[in-house]
Design a protein around this ligand. Structure first.
Ligand code: NDP
Length: 455
């Protein structure tokens, strides 16, 4: 197609685009990081298909359709008034209602939520389900708060958020600091205000509109993705040593599936440090972790005391030798030096359970070493995929069995993997899953945007 922009070289287009993003979104380093990674993959593809440049598709994708920021005032157990900030980023609705989690963590700010919402566009597209993209949350810290305080906060948060969400508009889920407890309190408040029992949130309890396998979905899905990557080279999980970071929802169910598959998970972490258990976690130890983190809300150091293994305060687990690493805590938790150490120690597969846990320098190391690297927007797509299945069940007033949901999750993860291979296989047969996920995710949403006109 003859368009004026054809004269642009990829690097000129890239520079022009990134300069606009940086100057238009100052002081948002995480957002710039996420956009840069996608643009590096997608720009050569756009150059080969200039209609996307002419219609300014990528420029439109980086601009949220709407950003809502609001005050969340609430009263703590001592009677003191507390004030937090709430957010919802409605990033892209070309493929369906906005969909993405809510994060409650003191580090939450606009940059972090915009990076997460941006990643969600590509992730949700890769699932093949009718899901737009969004993200939200608050700088509220649930740690150290009583159940009552968490409830009061959630109710105040939803008292504003309810205006902006709904089963056909925007369907939030959980993320860091938001589990079934928080979803329950927010769902209760939405129902009270709207007089409506609907699928406005996913991650609900099984007895009141939730789906089987939703809590497990992100962790299980990442293990299914790793299995697909290994299978392609005739390999499997049995007997593999795996390092996992985090000890929350994603980490717990990653470990559960790894144990089931005969792999040995030797580490877990939280913001205080990590534990190294050379014997590996088993079902009993994992039950303790679930109780410790979900009921007692304690620290991972207590695992080391209980099971007599090493605890490394203030450290991350990437120096421990392993075959496979699955970072599942938070963004930028694995840097270039960690990556070099992993590769030196013989690690040949890294799969991101968290969103953007590997820094750009770390990803460069993995790509140069041509090891298997599953980027989060593909590898952790299982969570939002089962959220999509929860929406379908809610809309159809039905409940599918655990086996039905798990089968669909496995099929979706295989399809995400196959899409990555389709767009990411290089001439020597090595799959660049970063390119594959970015381009594969881009194509579907970009074509929907083209079809829907300039909006
Ligand atoms: P949880 O709140 O259940 O667990 C988070 C874990 O990460 C905790 O162990 C926490 O430790 C640790 N952590 C959080 N912040 C930091 C930090 N700044 N430094 C070190 N450790 C930290 O969250 P999830 O398991 O749900 O989420 C983990 C990651 O997975 C996030 O990146 C999230 O965006 C991503 N993700 C989650 C999905 C889901 O379905 N839940 C779906 C897709 C991606 P501590 O207890 O000390 O805070």
């Amino acid at each position: 197609m003859a368009v004026a922009t054809q004269a642009h070289s990829t690097s000129k287009m890239f520079d022009e685009f990134m300069n606009e993003v940086i100057s238009g979104n100052p002081n948002e380093p995480e957002f710039h990081q996420a956009v840069r990674e996608v643009a590096e993959s997608v720009m050569p593809f756009i150059e080969a298909h200039p209609v996307y440049w002419k219609e300014r598709i990528l420029q439109r994708i980086v601009e949220p359709e709407q950003v809502v920021m609001f005050r969340v005032a609430w009263v703590d157990d001592s009677g003191a008034v507390r004030v937090n900030r709430g957010y919802r980023i409605q990033m892209n609705s070309a493929l369906g209602p906005y969909k993405g989690g809510l994060r409650f963590h003191p580090t939450v700010n606009l940059s972090i939520l915009k990076f997460l919402a941006f990643e969600q566009v590509f992730k949700n597209s890769l699932t093949g389900l009718p899901l737009g993209a969004g993200k939200g949350g608050s700088n509220f810290d649930p740690k150290g708060k009583s159940d009552r305080e968490v409830m009061h906060f959630c109710q105040s948060f939803m008292t504003e958020l309810y205006r902006h969400v709904g089963p056909m508009t925007d369907v939030p889920a959980g993320d860091i600091g938001v589990g079934t407890r928080e979803i329950g309190y927010m769902f209760g408040q939405y129902k009270r205000i709207r007089k409506e029992f609907s699928g406005v949130l996913t991650g609900k309890g099984l007895g009141w509109g939730g789906s089987h396998i939703r809590p497990e979905a992100t962790g299980y899905g990442n293990v299914y993705f790793v299995e697909q990557m290994l299978l392609r080279r005739g390999d499997g999980l049995g007997g593999k040593i795996v390092t996992v970071s985090g000890s929350g929802n994603v980490a717990q169910y990653t470990v559960e599936k790894l144990i089931e598959r005969g792999a040995k998970c030797v580490t877990l972490s939280d913001s205080g440090g990590f534990i190294y258990d050379p014997d590996g976690l088993n079902e009993e130890k994992l039950e303790f972790v679930k109780w410790l983190k979900n009921e007692k809300r304690g620290r991972i150091a207590e695992y080391a005391e209980k099971f007599g293994c090493q605890y490394y305060a203030g450290k991350r687990p990437w120096a421990i030798p392993c075959h496979i690493a699955m970072p599942s805590a938070t963004q930028n938790e694995l840097d270039g030096e960690d990556a070099q150490q992993l590769v030196r120690n013989g690690c040949y597969c890294v799969s991101e359970g968290a969103n953007m846990p590997c820094t750009p320098e770390a990803i460069d190391v993995f790509r140069q070493a041509k090891i298997l690297f599953g980027p989060g927007k593909a590898a952790n797509a299982g969570g939002v995929a089962v959220s999509g299945l929860e929406m379908s069940q809610n809309a159809g007033h039905t409940v599918w069995t655990r086996e039905q949901v798990d089968r669909q999750l496995q099929a979706i993860m295989k399809s995400v993997h196959d899409t990555c291979c389709l767009y990411g296989t290089k001439s020597d047969g090595w799959v660049d899953y970063v390119d594959g996920a970015n381009i594969g995710g881009f194509v579907r949403v970009a074509n929907a945007m083209l079809a829907q006109g300039v909006v």
